[in-house]
Write a protein that binds this ligand. Structure first.
Ligand SMILES: Nc1ncnc2c1ncn2[C@@H]1O[C@H](COP(=O)(O)OP(=O)(O)O)[C@@H](O)[C@H]1O
Ligand SMILES: [Mg+2]
Length: 497
């Protein structure tokens, strides 16, 4: 005889009908047995019990067969192929859930990734995590043999990571003994006497180009025109001072005060060679040039860039940082911008030759302080990056917003074009959170779609370390993850610029 199951109502049910509940002790949910974390298998129709979502019939599902090549057309918004897991693990790709790795050199060597140079530009509103990303990248690349060079730590932000790596930051600033000579000939001047004529000519061209780019930037950023006439005078002076004109076998060190002095007291040869009628004519024509150079030897920048370099980088140390905090604390942003320009140019020179296998991350943090000095300052940075060796060095540049170079007073089409060119010098661009108004500029300058713009102004603003990574023409939505130690080392308590 089959037993009939009777269902009876409990007291609970009865009381619920009258709108009240019995008080009861909270029971812990039972722990699943260790060997069976999912003890019950739920069938695809659900659980056949009241209130458990049972479906007697399933909705009809259409089945399609496509090749993997056709599939992206149906789901165009799903992330494409990921990047290979090489280089520094930075966090995760939010769309695929997979780990995301950053390896600019590896990307160049991989033909499937459209990256042809290892330059990385990082944009983001202050406090979004640009510097933290850079620091995490530096630390994580150490195990691949990369060392770092910080060209101008404006707010002593790299002090902690430097100390953690047991390296003392090198300080430059008013009243401090450290000097950097932006007209350092650099390693190219080594063993000069042993090089043949073609090699010295090649090296001299590199050195003179760098120096001229720097002087053009320094003079131009003080609103003094730097025309081919000025360039000709400066070229002559530099060639005379270093000993190139008279074919010296050892090069003489040159500093900015020496250039200034040569203009202040021009030799007859110089006056004649630059086709001035008289010494007075020379004085009259070069006055703005002399004054612009003079301001580097006097005033706030006095004693920083006007003598032979006292800093000899230790290329074996895991990090070398040049701190400009003392100058930044003095509050003159233009002076910091000029100092960055000097350091950037010096940094290009000092890396012109490196030992085989010397891989380095060269950082130009807060580059906007330099580029907003004007079009000439942008051009100098552009030439520093363009002419930097990119067989082993990864150049990182951080900016607030892409249009920083455009805020350089001259909003004309020339400035815009130069800024655009600068941005296109990097094949890898990391866009962290930005305000709405910057989104449009970003879209315009970098060719972002509406959806990508929204990512930057929406999603990326909601948490630190979120960014749209543009690797060649591929886009990735990435969250950088910091370890607890990195969080401590990257802590900056100011979210202001
Ligand atoms: N991915 C991240 N996860 C957690 N905290 C972060 C992350 N990125 C940055 N931070 C924190 O946010 C703060 C500001 O970051 P910072 O790198 O100084 O910003 P920025 O250089 O863009 O001004 C720091 O205290 C840093 O530790
Ligand atoms: Mg920063």
């Amino acid at each position: 005889m089959a037993r009939r199951r009777t269902t009876s109502r409990s007291v609970d049910h009865l009381l619920t009908d009258f709108g009240s509940r019995l008080p009861r002790k909270d029971a812990e949910p039972p722990e699943p047995p260790a060997d069976k974390p999912f003890p019950r298998v739920i069938r695809h129709r659900g659980v056949r019990r009241a209130g458990h979502g049972w479906a007697p019939t399933l909705p009809p599902l259409a089945g399609y067969q496509t090749t993997s090549e056709q599939a992206p057309v149906m789901w165009p918004l799903i992330a494409g192929d990921g990047l290979p897991p090489t280089g520094a693990p930075m966090g995760f790709n939010v769309l695929s859930g997979g780990s995301f790795y950053c390896d600019p050199m590896g990307w160049i060597n991989d033909d499937t990734i459209p990256v042809t140079n290892p330059n990385v530009f990082i944009f983001g509103k202050p406090g979004r995590g640009k510097s933290a990303l850079v620091k995490a990248f530096m630390l994580r690349m150490i195990r691949f043999g990369y060392r770092s060079l910080v060209l101008g730590d404006v707010k002593d932000e790299y002090e902690d990571i430097s100390r953690a790596l047991r390296v003392e930051p090198y300080r430059i600033g008013p009243g401090l003994p450290g000097r950097i000579n932006p007209l350092d000939a650099g390693p190219l001047a080594m063993d000069w006497e042993r090089q043949d004529r073609t090699e010295t000519a090649r090296r001299a061209a590199v050195i003179f180009n760098r120096w001229l780019a720097l002087i053009r930037g320094l003079v131009g950023s003080q609103q003094v025109p730097f025309t081919p006439t000025e360039a000709r005078v400066i070229n002559h002076v530099l060639r005379d001072l270093i000993g190139w004109t008279n074919g010296q076998t050892r090069l003489t060190p040159v500093t900015i005060p020496m250039v200034w002095k040569s203009l202040d007291d021009p030799s007859e040869d110089l006056v004649a060679a630059c086709r001035y009628e008289s010494q007075q004519d020379f004085y009259d024509s070069t006055r703005p040039l002399r004054d612009a150079l003079g301001s580097l030897c006097e005033g706030e920048l006095e004693g920083l860039f006007d003598a032979p370099s006292t800093f000899e980088p230790n290329w074996r140390a895991p990090i070398q940082t040049l701190s400009l905090n003392a100058l930044h604390s003095a509050g003159n942003e233009a002076a910091v911008g000029i100092a960055l320009m000097c350091l950037n140019s010096w940094g290009q020179g000092i890396r012109e030759m490196a030992e085989v296998g010397d891989r380095r991350i060269v950082l130009r943090d807060e580059a906007w302080m330099q580029t907003r000095l004007g079009v000439e300052a942008v051009k100098t940075l552009d030439s520093n990056l363009r002419l930097s060796r990119n067989d082993g060095d990864i150049q990182l540049v951080t900016y607030h917003k892409p249009s920083d170079p455009l805020s350089a007073g001259d909003q004309g089409s020339q400035a815009a074009q130069i800024a655009k060119d600068l941005l296109h010098l990097a094949d890898v661009r990391i866009l962290m959170g930005q305000d709405e108004e910057v989104g449009t500029e970003l879209g315009h300058l970098l060719g972002l779609t509406r959806m990508q713009q929204d990512l930057v102004t929406g999603w990326a603003m909601q948490d630190k370390g979120r960014a749209l990574w543009m690797v060649g023409d591929q886009r990735f939505k990435v969250q950088t993850v910091l370890t607890p130690v990195e969080r401590r080392l990257t802590y900056t308590n100011d979210a202001v610029a």
